[in-house]
Design a protein around this ligand. Structure first.
Ligand code: NAX
Length: 326
């Protein structure tokens, strides 16, 4: 048995890091063979073919086949896992409405193609920005596919939040559990230290410095993408690919007992977050399904910040609704 994995934006920089991780078995585990289906725009198909040659040259034992398409209907046919990485970036002078409209032109037909031909167990992760709202557009246009199959990536923010907390407290990354990112994959997202733990102790108490949390930690995690661009001269790529692998691996294989991960998923109204928007929550996964963790502590400090990031997503939803995309 093999699993069909579609990757869009395959010729891009995240694609270049991601495809080798998938083909080596890190996405689905060492017992699952993979057939890659790559989607690119016509101008980038040749570059995707170049990456496919390198994948071939790596002689990955789990990689059964690679097909390259410039047509979403073919790229999503029979697919089990779809990683939607390709998106339209914001260019100079572009207003938010223009950005959302341009991405609507990508994610609406991709949602329709998923509905038309993907496998019954399809799972979708949207990485391409604005990821949460692009996921909402795809989901809204995928008639007949359960909304829960559409998720967006906040796992990079989650991993950044763990790494920064480990550095501050001197703990190992493996000592940090129960991290949660709430909201949008944008600088407004909220990493929650009230529920995260450092060696079992509440992270807020382990840090013991509200000023650091409010004025250094949260902005640092939120603006880490800009810091990487400043240092590298290009946006995060390998860390984003790594986070995408973590997201799908945990969705398919389940979260560890007592721990959870962050995924942007369609809200069911939990924690008074408006229903329907695709927003990050702490979730557990089991049997290929996710569940929002219930009953967590949401003090005023968290509530204000969750409301702020969720309001941003509601505005994005209103803007794409106005464009007839959802
Ligand atoms: P690149 O510009 O290197 O690659 C994007 C690729 O997508 C290009 O090869 C392009 O031809 C392709 N593409 C464009 N439209 C397409 C379509 N309709 N169908 C198929 N392919 C299409 O960008 P890269 O650095 O790889 O980043 C990809 C996306 O990830 C961007 O939108 C970026 O903003 C987003 N990110 C999201 C992150 C997250 O945490 N959710 C973090 C990393 C990254 O910034």
């Amino acid at each position: 048995m093999s699993t069909n994995v579609t990757v869009t934006g395959a010729a891009g920089q995240i694609g270049y890091a991601l495809l080798f991780r998938i083909a080596s078995g890190q996405l689905l585990g060492p017992d699952t063979k993979v057939r890659l289906k790559l989607l690119e725009i016509p101008q980038a198909v040749k570059a995707a073919e170049g990456t496919a040659l390198e994948l071939f040259d790596s002689a990955f034992e789990l990689l059964e086949d690679i097909d390259i398409y410039d047509d979403p209907t073919k790229a999503f046919e029979g697919t089990n896992i779809a990683l939607l990485v390709g998106a339209r970036p914001r260019t100079k002078g572009m207003e938010r409405a223009d950005l959302l409209e341009a991405n609507g032109g990508i994610f609406k037909p991709q949602g329709e193609a998923i509905a038309a031909g993907a496998a019954n167990d399809i799972k979708v992760l949207v990485v391409g920005n604005p990821a949460n709202t692009n996921a909402l557009i795809a989901q809204s246009n995928a008639d007949g596919v359960p909304a829960a199959r559409f998720t967006a990536m906040t796992r990079l923010d989650h991993n950044r939040a763990i790494a920064q907390l480990a550095q501050k407290t001197g703990a190992a990354v493996s000592d940090i559990t129960n991290m949660a990112i709430w909201g949008n994959h944008s600088p407004s997202m909220y990493p929650d230290l009230f529920n995260a733990k450092v060696k079992g102790e509440r992270a807020w108490d382990a840090v013991g410095d509200e000023n650091w949390v409010a004025n250094e930690y949260i902005p640092r995690v939120g603006k880490r993408g800009a810091e990487i661009i400043e240092a590298r001269g290009a946006s995060s790529a390998a860390s984003a690919a790594s986070a995408a692998v973590d997201h799908v691996y945990d969705w398919v294989n389940g979260t560890a007992e007592g721990d959870w991960v962050s995924m942007a998923v369609p809200s069911d109204g939990s924690y008074d977050v408006p229903e329907g928007i695709i927003t990050s929550f702490p979730v557990t996964t089991s049997g290929g399904e996710w569940k929002i963790v219930q009953g967590l502590d949401v003090p005023e400090f968290s509530r204000e910040r969750i409301n702020n990031t969720v309001n941003e997503l509601q505005e994005e939803r209103a803007a794409v609704a106005k464009l007839g995309l959802v």
